[in-house]
Design a protein around this ligand. Structure first.
Ligand code: SF4
Ligand code: SF4
Length: 435
């Protein structure tokens, strides 16, 4: 059945009653989000942390200070583009003067409107929560977006992009399944150029080399700050849950200000002793962990572990790889941006994805991790399969790995806690045995 929604959009998946009922949940979602955010921040502040974290705490409420700032920015003619995955190239949006905001959602309450629409479609909660956020209109920033750019590396994202078109202007970006071939690179390059054309049409502006050069330089500074932070993190002066929050504030912050604050945090970390020298050193990998879905990070660090490294597209991978430009021509810069998002990425949507295990292994050695927790969001088949593969490789190297499946609710909290506690206990016992 079709109808028309807000702004005269054709409704293909939803109907007006369904949207109305989702919108009625808006206040409840916002309220629950504040509780989720404030509860986690209180737990995080209870421990020893760098003073510079105060800035990132202040930016952590998805409906707080930053949302108000972006509202004023938009009202004065500013441009805001929503994105839904690591692959949406921030440099391209910034070149058009638009602020990219990544909307992958970690809000538990926002899952419900999507469940009402989809029934039990078996999609991962990240996708359902993001859809529920848009259906309900609970995110003031998402409502400001001129366009939402949805890369489609997995079926869940592909269908999310399709369904979202009932409520907002969407641009889909197709990912090649095989990234290591000429064809794969060429098809991704076409997607990047297609995005540029879409933004040129949307804003009535032709992209000029100086615009892209400036945006690349801004993000190169952010990437350099993040690499500095990553190197310092190895010394253990910061909890992993704080490090992940720093990464995720970059999803919506003013990137120059974020860079400045990451460097300020690094200055403090230079002379800081480890926060938990006896803790089991854990690497966290798997499905994206999105704020405020901090269940697994908090459980690891409340159970005697520290997340010393991660291989998450919502963590280290967010900013780690720089754009390396060979030639500062328009074509050269677009190639460099395209490669930055494709080549180093170890998203499980790629096949083969052998560099993922190699990366995990390298990072574990580099950071002295004693074990890995591989987080799988229920319904995320790609990460569930990659967990099996990672387990074989890590065991071969005598590194223990725990696969933890979880949902966006508190129902599995105690079960996940018990498994994590037992895993950390086992790591400690190994440490004692090896003297
Ligand atoms: S795991 Fe892959 S598809 Fe999922 S959010 Fe990360 S980069 Fe995107
Ligand atoms: S890769 Fe997994 S977690 Fe990411 S959107 Fe797809 S199903 Fe969800």
């Amino acid at each position: 059945m079709t109808g028309s929604g807000k702004g005269g959009r054709v409704l293909r998946y939803m109907n007006a009653e369904m949207l109305e009922s989702a919108r009625a949940a808006r206040g409840r979602i916002q309220e629950a989000a504040r509780e989720q955010v404030q509860g986690h921040l209180a737990a995080m502040r209870a421990n020893d942390r760098p003073r510079a974290m105060a800035y990132f705490d202040g930016m952590a409420d998805p409906f707080g200070k930053r949302a108000e700032e972006l509202g004023r920015f938009r009202a004065s003619g500013g441009r805001v583009v929503g994105t839904l995955c690591y692959f949406a190239p921030a440099e391209i949006f910034a070149a058009f003067g638009a602020v990219p905001v990544r909307f992958c959602s970690g809000l538990y309450e926002a899952v419900h409107p999507a469940n009402d629409l989809l029934g039990d479609a078996g999609l991962c909660p990240l996708v359902k929560s993001t859809l529920g956020l848009k259906m309900s209109g609970a995110s003031p920033v998402l409502e400001l977006c001129d366009l939402v750019v949805v890369p489609t590396p997995c079926d869940a994202k592909l269908k999310l992009g399709e369904i979202l078109q009932d409520t907002v202007e969407v641009h889909l970006m197709n990912l090649p399944a095989v990234k290591g071939t000429e064809e794969g690179r060429a098809s991704w390059m076409n997607e990047i150029k297609g995005l540029v054309r879409r933004l040129e049409g949307l804003y009535g502006v032709r992209l000029m080399p100086r615009m892209l050069r400036k945006a690349i330089a801004t993000y190169q500074r952010a990437q350099a700050a993040w690499r500095r932070f990553s190197a310092l993190r190895r010394k253990g002066g910061i909890w992993g849950r704080d490090a992940l929050l720093v990464a995720q504030v970059s999803f919506h912050d003013d990137i120059a200000r974020w860079t400045e604050n990451v460097n300020r945090l690094c200055d403090e970390l230079e002379g800081r002793p480890p926060v938990a020298p006896e803790a089991a050193r854990i690497m966290l990998g798997g499905s994206p962990v999105i704020w405020p879905n901090w269940k697994v990070p908090l459980l690891i660090e409340e159970s005697g572990g520290i997340i010393i490294a991660d291989e998450l597209c919502s963590g280290s991978r967010t900013m780690y790889d720089p754009v390396v430009v060979g030639e500062w021509t328009m074509e050269g810069m677009l190639v460099a941006v395209a490669e930055r998002y494709l080549v180093p990425c170890t998203c499980p949507s790629f096949s083969p994805n052998l560099d993922r295990e190699e990366n995990m292994l390298r990072r574990m050695r580099e950071f002295g991790a004693e074990g890995a927790v591989f987080h799988v969001l229920r319904g995320c088949h790609l990460n569930s399969l990659d967990a099996t593969k990672a387990n074989v490789v890590l065991r071969r190297e005598r590194l223990p790995m725990l696969k933890v499946e979880s949902e966006y609710d508190e129902g599995d909290l105690e079960q996940v806690r018990t498994r994590i506690e037992a895993f950390i206990e086992m790591i400690r016992a190994r440490r004692e045995q090896s003297g």
